[in-house]
Design a protein around this ligand. Structure first.
Ligand SMILES: C[S@@+](CC[C@H](N)C(=O)[O-])C[C@H]1O[C@@H](n2cnc3c(N)ncnc32)[C@H](O)[C@@H]1O
Length: 238
């Protein structure tokens, strides 16, 4: 770095420090507040437009200042998304259109032997296959989504993914590890992992005794469509 570049770098750092707000790795507020905080903290480029690729009814955007500007996608027409599509193909969505892609996939398969689709399954989008042929996990949904997210994101854009581990067929299935590994394999840089806690654990009506800890948290995983882990200062500031 030359002398004048070093000076500019110091000035940029000073400017960043003035507006800097730390972000905790454990979050006790709502998803909407956390989304706002992440969208302030991580972007190297304008995070808009934002595509929510598993919109459902958009509950995660409650409390977010960005709730009204989200582009919604869902595979299920009952939610009347702006883009009715499978996020593993994203047909019709142009390349390099979005600054951010948000992903909150189903995290449990249909529960038990009862194959009926219950209210819980519908609300949480868990009506997809999650049997022996899939290794009892839903992680097989991630690689085709990640390939499409990379295609529709601008360079340096972000994927923000809400991932919950699950127990299925009597074993812990570490979906967040699968997602982080698969994101790196798809060419993203996994920048951060935030633990979001809720006040009470989810309870099943069916399983009265659990042999694993009742989960009271999920993960928000932050991935960048580029090689830089940290936020890059705007190009014209260096
Ligand atoms: C856990 S819910 C999302 C909840 C949502 N974030 C909210 O706050 O209301 C998962 C959603 O993903 C949708 N989904 C599942 N597979 C999909 C796919 N391949 N493409 C697009 N949407 C999908 C389901 O229809 C369901 O609405």
């Amino acid at each position: 770095m030359t002398g004048s570049n070093a000076l500019l770098f110091d000035e940029t750092q000073a400017n960043i420090a003035e507006t800097y707000r730390p972000l905790s790795s454990v979050w006790e507020g709502s998803d909407g507040e956390l989304l706002d905080a992440m969208l302030d903290f991580y972007p190297s480029i304008d995070p808009d437009p934002i595509l929510d690729a598993t919109y459902n009814t958009g509950r995660i955007w409650r409390g977010s200042t960005r709730a009204e500007s989200i582009v919604s996608m869902d595979i299920d027409p009952q939610y009347e998304p702006m883009i009715l599509a499978d996020n593993r193909t994203m047909e019709g969505v142009p390349d390099q259109e979005y600054g951010t892609v948000v992903f909150d996939p189903p995290h449990v398969g249909p529960q038990g032997r009862d194959k009926s689709v219950k209210r819980f399954d519908v609300d949480f989008g868990a009506s997809v296959e999650c049997g022996k042929e899939h290794g009892w996990t839903l992680s097989y949904l991630y690689p085709p989504f990640l390939e499409q997210a990379k295609r529709v994101l601008k360079p340096e854009g972000l994927v923000l993914a809400k991932i919950t581990d699950m127990v299925n067929s009597h074993r812990s299935r570490w979906a967040h590890c699968d997602f982080m590994r698969m994101a790196e394999e798809a060419g993203f840089t996994v920048c951060d992992l935030i633990i979001k806690v809720r006040t009470g654990p989810m309870q099943s009506n069916k399983w009265k005794v659990a042999h694993h800890a009742r989960k009271r948290h999920c993960f928000w995983i932050v991935c960048r469509n580029g090689s830089c882990c940290e936020r890059r200062p705007p190009a014209n500031s260096l």
